[in-house]
Design a protein around this ligand. Structure first.
Ligand SMILES: Cc1cc2nc3c(=O)[nH]c(=O)nc-3n(C[C@H](O)[C@H](O)[C@H](O)COP(=O)(O)O)c2cc1C
Length: 355
């Protein structure tokens, strides 16, 4: 099972949802960088369950314990390992899934890939719980990037078709991160929350889009063709559970624009060469152009829903029905915002270290 990512800054995730614990090893970090562990924990709290009224009732505090790679508050440059205990597992909720795979989840594909040897409890290694250690790694990278003048911030762009205010594509305010619903427009946030609650009451779920802006990333990093910035960021983002689409800048809307509308025009300013617009989302030819990197990431509606669904029974080998119990998020998007920020921060630091 490959859960490793990165060329220079290599992140390796381990653990299962209902195992003893989960964690991460980060290799290739620069040495001697001070890390604020309380700030890391604060970033992780944004992902942890229980922040929104409707989120999964699994009560995990997600306290990360650093086992190695940190000495006197600074990175040593050797592998940084952090572990998080699983404390609130209820594996019995998942007993039925051993014979009735959840539509839209990885129960059936996990079985096909690992011949039944994988841990199915709570989704095992496929569970979004594995995003807690990724969020830890992201928080480390975010601090290193911040010291270099780079800010990576996200917001909910859309839930159930309800859009947040469009941002200027240049930066996002820090205050968004502190909100229960990380949005620019609180009015739209209320409507999104209502749509999530309505889906929950209907024993269903909804999806949405997270938008992330990385401001201050220097021009001239990345490379053309296959290992370009877009493919690197997309490759880590497609590693996040429930991600079904990634777009940069104007994204799919470029297909509708004319060249004269879509081109970002370079101009000389006091700050040097700047582009007057940022439709390309900070990347041209696979290389950063110094404009903010703008990424959007589409999350599907949570597959585990209480509504009765068609599935199969692997014991009887007959078609069957499934009504899920368990503790699930009716929408993963609000908790996904710090995860997307984290994944992008890891990718950007990796690109910078690579030079
Ligand atoms: C923050 C977050 C929370 C999630 N919570 C749930 C959940 O409660 N129930 C569920 O079925 N899927 C949840 N997912 C999605 C599944 O983990 C994911 O759909 C599953 O692993 C299959 O992978 P795929 O959707 O990428 O194909 C969550 C995803 C994220 C990002």
């Amino acid at each position: 099972m490959s859960s490793m990512w990165g060329n220079k800054v290599k992140v390796s995730l381990f653990g299962e949802s209902h195992g003893k614990g989960i964690g991460v090893v980060i290799d290739g970090l620069p040495a001697g960088i001070p890390l604020d562990l309380e700030k890391i924990q604060e970033h992780m709290r944004r992902r942890a369950p229980g922040r929104q009224a409707w989120s999964t009732k699994r009560d995990e505090k997600d306290i990360a314990s650093v086992l190695s790679g940190l000495y006197q508050g600074k990175t040593t440059g050797t592998p940084l390992c952090a572990e998080i205990q699983n404390t609130d597992t209820r594996s019995l909720d998942y007993a039925e899934l051993a014979e009735k795979p959840r539509p839209g989840h990885a129960d059936l594909t996990g079985l096909a890939r690992y011949n039944g040897a994988n841990d199915p409890r709570g989704g095992g290694h496929f569970s979004a719980r594995i995003m807690a250690p990724l969020t830890f790694a992201g928080a480390v990278c975010l601090q290193i990037l911040e010291a270099r003048g780079i800010e990576v911030r996200g917001h909910i762009f859309e839930i159930a078709g309800i859009q947040d205010t469009l941002c200027d594509g240049m930066s996002l305010p820090e205050s968004v991160a502190e909100k229960e619903m990380p949005v620019l427009s609180d009015e739209q946030g209320v409507l999104m929350a209502a749509a999530i609650e309505a889906a929950r009451m209907d024993m269903d779920s909804v999806g949405g889009i997270v938008e992330c802006i990385a401001a201050g990333f220097p021009a001239g990093l990345g490379r053309p063709i296959f290992d370009n910035i877009e493919s690197r960021i997309a490759s880590i983002l497609f590693g996040l559970p429930a991600v079904k689409g990634v777009e940069f800048g104007r994204g799919f809307a470029v297909a509708l624009a004319k060249g004269s509308e879509n081109n970002d025009h370079p101009q000389i300013s006091e700050k040097g060469i700047r582009l007057t617009t940022n439709h390309g989302g900070g990347i041209e030819g696979g290389i950063s152009n110094g404009m903010p990197i703008v990424v959007r990431c589409a999350f599907k509606p949570t597959s585990s829903i209480a509504k009765e669904q068609d599935t199969i029974n692997l014991t009887t080998m007959q078609n069957d029905k499934l009504s899920l119990k368990g503790r699930h998020d009716p929408c993963v998007v609000p908790r996904a915002v710090p995860i997307v920020e984290s994944a992008i921060a890891i990718a950007l630091l990796d690109l910078m270290e690579e030079g």
